[in-house]
Design a protein around this ligand. Structure first.
Ligand SMILES: Nc1ccn([C@H]2C[C@H](O)[C@@H](COP(=O)(O)O)O2)c(=O)n1
Ligand SMILES: [Zn+2]
Length: 175
């Protein structure tokens, strides 16, 4: 029997496309400084090329002028009015590179809000894959769903059972 290291067969447990894209969205989310909810988004072209990634953060990364709090009576002390959503950041980056997004798919860790849904629609994206819908009952999410439904934008949950993707950077040194 051939030693695994000498096998002439391709690996079978390689990362599938969906896992790769959602994994990239998850990796981007790890850049977020939001202490509660870290969101990442990855925009993918029809040829499976990575067009853009983004994560939620304060405008221009300015963490000094804005609070990461939530639940304060004074809305200006809450993050929500200020934070740039992962989807918008990914769209902005793609736009800055003049990429046509019409045939692209967006992979995102959290179901988009209404504002992002509008931006996704205006960019011409026709398919969104999301991981979590933890804000399902929020009016922003309900409005987003309506935008997607009315405009015929496909919005699907990520169904792959691969919830944990381990990145072992040092593996290369052991093989
Ligand atoms: N689709 C979404 C939804 C939310 N975000 C960002 C905005 C905030 O930083 C955070 C939500 O905070 P929470 O109320 O869950 O504490 O997530 C986003 O980027 N994309
Ligand atoms: Zn949003």
């Amino acid at each position: 029997m051939a030693h695994q290291g000498n096998s002439n067969q391709p690996r079978q447990d390689y990362l599938k496309w969906e896992d790769y894209f959602m994994g990239l969205a998850g990796l981007a989310a790890m850049r977020s400084k939001d202490p509660v909810t870290q969101v990442g988004a990855c925009i993918v072209g029809p040829d499976n090329s990575i067009v853009s990634v983004g994560y939620n953060g304060m405008p221009n990364g300015d963490d000094k002028s804005f609070s990461w709090g939530k639940g304060f009576e004074n809305n200006l002390e809450n993050k929500h009015l200020f934070v740039c959503h992962a989807e918008r950041n990914a769209l902005n980056y793609a736009r800055a590179n003049s990429t046509d997004l019409k045939l692209c798919t967006m992979y995102v860790i959290l179901y988009p809000c209404n504002e992002c849904a509008k931006a996704i629609a205006q960019a011409g994206i026709k398919k969104v894959v999301y991981y979590s819908n933890k804000h399902e009952k929020k009016v922003e999410t309900i409005a987003a769903r309506r935008i997607f439904e009315n405009l015929g934008i496909s919005i699907e949950p990520y169904t792959t059972p691969n919830k944990i993707i381990v990145i072992d950077l040092d593996k290369i040194n052991r093989t």
